[in-house]
Ligand binder design. Structure first.
Ligand code: NA7
Length: 285
């Protein structure tokens, strides 16, 4: 059993497999999720329940957060009964959700004001890499915080990089998710174009995946296109959010606006809770 006490807030699609891996690695993990019944799986796997955020923050050495967006992360940290409400001097907080660099710096300042340390560590990879412990972790913060967090990152991911101070990890995450969006949109448009000209979807996907244009993401998402089923590994609404954040962060490239509009429209059309690859379904009209 590892003696560092770990707290975890946010048990969605990503939080649950990540906590499961920490438990398997021998960490004592205390958890809290807003919708309490979603704690069940990890409690069954050996986690304990904090009951509220304040206890979670003050009762553990390192507390990680994995929630939907900027507003949720801010609320977790700064609500009157939030993570920082109790005595947290000397504790380390790590936000692994994707938020803007500005929100990350706000969270850092909130922690420092309470005598605690903060690190951002958004992850690249969705549910399968989270289950397999093969995420890529894009850390932003001090070397000291990184060294404390590294043993956890080694459990959760296949690679972690300290890319700079708080804000840099979030910027790197927005950049890689822009690239992800371009890939998904490109894959969908390409297959639909071929299909409209009489090429079977299966054949077009084989041409892509067996050639130089094939990649981890095209191979991963091909089965969903073939089945026409898009259960969320990474919900489309989250990528729409990341593309918006990238634009707000200054991304003004020829494809950035149409790409964001495409995912935004797909979300507005009701596909937000399906997988990012449901962009194919949206374009297939
Ligand atoms: P999910 O599966 O949509 O889970 C979102 C989690 O965030 C879930 O635990 C939610 O709690 C929690 N949440 C959302 N809003 C709040 C507020 N306001 N307060 C507390 N908790 C909240 O997302 P994923 O796990 O796939 O992804 C999370 C992050 O990774 C995100 O940054 C993505 O961009 C990538 P609930 O169960 O609804 O009570």
């Amino acid at each position: 059993m590892n003696t560092t006490k770990i707290g975890w807030a946010g048990l969605g699609n990503m939080g649950i497999p990540m906590v499961s891996n920490l438990l398997k690695a021998g960490y004592a993990v205390q958890v809290f999720n807003r919708t309490r019944n979603k704690e069940k799986d990890v409690l069954d796997a050996g986690a304990t329940a904090a009951g509220n955020l304040s206890k979670l923050g003050s009762g553990n050495d390192i507390t990680l957060t994995m929630v939907s967006d900027d507003a949720a992360a801010k609320e977790l940290f700064t609500a009157p009964e939030g993570l920082l409400a109790g005595e947290v001097k000397g504790k380390l907080f790590i936000n692994v959700s994707t938020v803007s660099p500005e929100t990350s710096r706000f969270l850092e300042e909130s922690c420092i004001n309470k005598g605690a340390a903060f690190m951002e560590a958004p992850v690249s990879g969705s549910v399968k890499p989270a289950q397999d412990g093969t995420l890529i972790i894009l850390a932003g913060g001090t070397e000291d915080a990184y060294q404390k967090a590294k043993p956890l990152f080694d459990v959760l991911g296949k690679l972690s990089l300290l890319v700079g101070p708080v804000g840099a990890g979030s910027a790197a995450k927005l950049a890689i998710n822009y690239f992800l969006g371009l890939n998904l949109q490109g894959l969908a448009e390409t297959v639909l174009f071929a299909q409209a000209n009489g090429v079977k979807t299966e054949d077009m996907l084989t041409i892509i995946n067996e050639g130089a244009c094939g990649s981890g993401i095209t191979k991963l998402k091909s089965p969903a296109i073939l089945k026409g089923e898009f259960p969320a590994a990474f919900a489309l609404k989250h990528l729409a959010k990341d593309l918006r954040l990238a634009k707000e962060q200054g991304l003004d490239a020829p494809l950035s606006t149409p790409l964001y509009e495409s995912f935004k429209q797909a979300q507005e059309a009701g596909l937000g809770d399906e997988d990012v690859m449901a962009i194919y379904k949206h374009l297939d009209k």
